[in-house]
Design a protein around this ligand. Structure first.
Ligand code: HEC
Length: 131
């Protein structure tokens, strides 16, 4: 049994469901699971993680690397529609930490996720969401 395969089995043995295409160490899979739980608690009521689901805010599928305010057919605030940024992990951290301070005028209600580990987990989950 290869090293990666062993870690994958270990993750399954402790009851974690591996995302499709799982190939990394067990730790990454734990982060994704934790990130999904945090996403469900903090973001999911306003953001779909699947582009076929209805979403009050813009769906967050493919968000890492997407230019801000560019999801087709979403009615963004002027501020977000004209924001000249790409959603890098660093920009997403700043947004989670204080979105209304980072981009005054956004219509997303303030969230204040300042814990770097919590941000890490959410970013790990967001990275799994494909378009
Ligand atoms: C109460 C509803 C609500 C919650 C909770 C919420 N958002 Fe939002 N979010 C919105 C809305 C509405 C917008 C669009 C804002 C605008 O147009 O100014 C938005 C925009 C965004 C954008 C910009 C997307 C783009 O296409 O440019 C990101 C990234 C984002 N939210 C991430 C998150 C994350 C991560 C969480 C959880 C930590 C979260 N949001 C929680 C409502 C919410």
């Amino acid at each position: 049994m290869g090293h990666t395969q062993f870690l994958g089995s270990l993750a399954l043995a402790v009851g974690l469901s591996a995302p499709p295409g799982f190939a990394g160490p067990a730790y990454e899979s734990v982060k994704v699971e934790a990130g999904k739980a945090l996403f469900d608690a903090e973001c999911h009521r306003c953001h779909a993680d699947n582009s076929s689901d209805p979403s009050y805010g813009p769906p967050l599928t493919g968000i890492i690397g997407r230019a801000a305010g560019t999801y087709d057919d979403y009615d963004y605030s002027e501020t977000l529609a004209n924001a000249p940024i790409v959603w890098t992990p660093a920009a997403l951290r700043a947004w989670m930490e204080d979105n209304t301070g980072f981009m005054p005028g956004t219509k997303m209600r303030h969230v204040g996720i300042t814990d770097r580990t919590v941000q890490d987990f959410i970013l790990s989950y967001l990275a799994t969401l494909e378009n």
